[in-house]
Design a protein around this ligand. Structure first.
Ligand code: ADP
Ligand code: TRP
Length: 332
C-alpha cells in the first residue's frame, strides 16, 4: 500500500494548470487506488511571497474550497493545512542539518532569481532573495518525508523539489539506517499546461485561466487565447495549439478525434474557442456551484481542516518520535 501526498500553495485562486497537473490526478488516485492519501494547503510556503495576513487567509480558503469542490473525499484522504502541523517545522530543521548548501544553490527557483539579478547587472546576486526562498525545498521535503510518502503527484515544475526530498532522505538513510521513505514524483499527462500567452500557466505570470470564475469570465478568457492569423476556413494545425491542448484534457477520445477533424477541415478560431469553453464549463460548472457554497459557508471548511489536522498529526507524531530516537538519540 502506497502513500500519496501533494500540496498547493495559498498564493491565489487555483488555475486550470493546477487542476489538471496536480489536483485532479491526486483526487483520481484517492478515488481509484488503495493506499493512504495526504493532501494539504501549503500556507507557510506562500508566506514567502504573500506578506498580507488577510490575503493568505483568503487564499487558504480558496485553495481548500477548491479541493473539496473538486470532489476530494475526506474520509479517504487526510486533508489539512501545513500551518496546523508543527511537526513539519521540527523536521525542517532536522533536514536543514543534513542538506549541503550547494544543493540549494542549484534549485531552479533560486537559480532563476540570481540569473535575473545578474542580467540586471546587480552587484549582489542575492539581491531580493530571502532565506525562505533559498530553503523552500527543505520545507517541501519535510512536508513529504514526514508522512512516509511514496508518490507525489505534481506538475513538471515541481520535479526537482521531489528529487531533492528523495536525495535528503537517501543521505539520512545512509547515515542512520533506513529511517525515511524515499519518494517519487508522479506526473500526469498534463504535466505542463501553457497559459494564455503560451508560457507555462502560472499565477505569477498573470496568464492563467482560474478554475473558478463566472461563466462569463471563463468565456472571455477562452476568447483571449492567442491564435495565428489564419482565416475561418483555413485548415489548422493541432500541434502547439493551446485551444486543442486544453480541449483534450476535458474530452473523451471520440470528441478529440472529431475536434481534430474540424481543425483539419477548417474551423474559425471563434468557433474553436466556443467549443473549448463548453467543454471546460461542462466539467467544472457543478464544482463551481459547490465552490461558491463552501466559500460562503467557511465553517464547513474549518471543520474539515480541523479533522484533517488531527489525523495528520497522529501520523506526524510517530515519524518525529522515531527520528528523535534514531537521529538525536533521544529515548522517549
Ligand atoms: P503556480 O505556478 O501557478 O504558482 P503552484 O506552484 O501553486 O502554481 O502549483 C501547484 C501545483 O500545480 C504543482 O504541483 C504544480 O506543478 C502544478 N502546476 C502549476 N502550474 C502548472 C501547469 N501550468 N501545468 C501543469 N501543472 C501545473
Ligand atoms: N512547492 C509546491 C508548489 O509550489 C507546493 C508544495 C509544498 C508541495 N509542499 C509540497 C507539493 C509537497 C507537493 C508536495 O506547487
Amino acid at each position: 500500500m502506497k502513500t500519496y501526498l501533494t500540496g498547493i500553495q495559498a498564493t491565489g485562486m487555483p488555475h486550470l494548470g493546477n487542476y489538471l497537473g496536480a489536483i485532479k490526478p491526486a483526487i483520481d488516485f484517492s478515488n481509484s487506488s488503495e493506499g493512504s492519501f495526504f493532501y494539504f494547503i501549503a500556507d507557510y510556503h506562500s508566506l514567502n511571497s504573500v506578506k498580507d495576513p488577510k490575503l493568505i487567509s483568503e487564499q487558504t480558503y480558496e485553495v481548500a474550497a477548491t479541493w473539496l469542490a473538486c470532489g476530494l473525499d475526506t474520509e479517504k484522504a487526510v486533508f489539512y493545512k501545513q500551518s496546523d502541523i508543527p511537526e513539519i517545522f521540527e523536521l525542517t530543521w532536522i533536514l536543514n542539518c543534513h542538506i549541503p548548501k550547494g544543493d540549494l544553490n542549484r534549485a531552479h527557483s533560486y537559480k532563476a532569481k540570481i540569473q535575473t539579478n545578474e542580467e540586471a547587472g546587480k552587484k549582489d546576486i542575492d539581491h531580493g532573495v530571502n532565506a525562505g526562498l533559498f530553503t523552500y525545498p527543505v520545507l517541501m521535503a519535510a512536508d513529504i518525508l514526514l508522512f512516509n510518502t511514496n508518490i507525489v503527484p505534481v506538475g513538471k515544475d515541481q520535479v526537482q523539489h521531489v528529487e531533492m526530498a528523495r536525495s535528503i532522505a537517501q543521505r539520512i538513510n545512509v547515515h542512520y539506517g533506513n529511517v525515511l521513505i524515499e519518494p517519487q514524483e508522479s506526473l500526469s499527462d498534463a504535466k505542463y499546461i501553457p497559459g494564455l500567452d503560451g508560457r507555462k500557466m502560472s499565477k505569477s505570470y498573470g496568464n492563467s485561466i482560474p478554475l473558478f470564475c463566472t461563466e462569463k469570465k471563463l468565456k472571455k478568457l477562452c476568447n483571449k487565447i492567442t491564435t495565428d492569423s489564419s482565416g475561418p476556413d483555413d485548415p489548422k494545425s493541432t500541434e502547439d495549439s493551446l485551444i486543442f491542448d486544453l480541449y483534450k484534457y476535458f474530452s473523451n477520445s471520440s470528441d478529440v478525434e472529431s475536434f481534430a477533424k474540424k481543425f483539419q477541415e477548417g474551423i474559425s478560431w471563434g468557433h474553436a474557442k466556443a467549443e473549448l469553453f463548453e467543454k471546460i464549463n461542462s466539467e467544472i460548472s457543478g464544482y463551481r456551484e459547490k465552490f461558491d457554497y463552501l466559500i460562503n459557508n467557511r465553517e464547513i471548511i474549518d471543520q474539515e481542516l480541523r479533522n484533517g489536522a488531527k489525523k495528520a498529526r497522529a501520523v506526524a507524531g510517530k515519524t518525529i518520535k522515531s527520528l528523535r530516537k534514531n537521529i538525536m538519540g533521544l529515548e522517549s
